[in-house]
Design a binder for this molecule. Sequence first.
Ligand SMILES: Cc1ncc(COP(=O)(O)O)c(C=O)c1O
Length: 396
Amino acid sequence: MFETLAAAPPDPILGLTDTFVQDPRSDKINLTIGVYRDESGLTPILKSVKQAEERLLSSEKSKGYLGIDGLPEFRKLAGELTLGEWVEPERAAVCQTPGGTGALRVAADFLAKQTPHARVWCSTPTWPNHNSIFESAGLETKAYPYLSDDRKSLDFAAMFELLEREGRAGDVLLLHACCHNPTGIDPTTEQWSELAELAGQRGMLPLIDFAYHGFGDGLDEDRRAIAEISKHHAEFFVCSSYSKNFGLYSERVGALLAVCPDHTIAQRLASNIKVSVRSNYSNPPRHGGAIVAEILGDAELREQWLVELAQMRGRIHSMRTQFVEAMKQSGCAVDFSFLLGQRGMFSYSGLTPMQVDWLRTQKGIYIVGSGRINVAGITTSNMATLTNAIAEALRT
Ligand SMILES: Cc1ncc(COP(=O)(O)O)c(C=O)c1O
């Protein structure tokens, strides 16, 4: 039956990691995949997570199915963490999902069914899975400009102008709440306010991808997009991920938060979301959601988690600063100080595909073809190897 089936291309990022694993060089460096790494190059399990797991191990009584929309305690706490003081809890339909990807896919399925003519506007560039997820669900995706021509800053004027001209009522405006992937460049609070107002005037539905809550400037600061959007929109969606900020990558925990004008609409919407989930994966896995609920619901564990989150954020920030300084010290003619304005794990380095290729083949340094680097993959011990190699790549 499948004799003539052609092989699908490997995932551009996960495929590179496979090549990295097979690379025999001992000083190889992987700056591709979007996971946090500590100073020793490991993706750690947070102490707060371990403690929560110990508690769960001794208190858990059943592995029975969760409800279609997940653990009630998780949903309540996720709602508070994300929507906080701006949205009354009864106005939000919150559904626990398998990761942020699951939240995006559930949102996409729901929108494809309810608003099949909606077009989903994605930034150029964006996380490549955005287009795949919405297109797989049957929705059309459209691109809005984001990065300026020098690839160092946000081209807000171009973004605004295109959305103002082409955005239609009922379209979906997909935004990254903070730590934009892949550029690390976020709008300012004023720009968020202008965008929120524009989307409101055009009748567009904001859908906020919140994969890096707490990795930018802080838990509250990273919610500035949500603060501004909630002022102008009675309806918007947030797709949250707890993969990065709780280090729960493989536990697959996320949430779709659909904000509605009132409780009645929220209930009706929630029932439709459940229909999408039921015919997809039926109900979410328990463990990750239970860990998040255990931590957020306990003052001591929450405090411990906040400290650990601040440490991860601080290390990323420090690596970014040290990288810029080390590039300066290497005598490189290119000034990398534009990276200091970027936030989160990713940065657009400005390296060309040829330079990226040279770094991989000649030096065992793995960077995505677009020049995106995972700053969290840099450590004090690989800094000199990395910056010297980049300086050489830029010379040759
Ligand atoms: C922008 C963005 N959205 C969503 C996700 C999905 O996160 P998860 O691993 O929780 O599915 C990622 C993960 O890399 C991401 O970068």
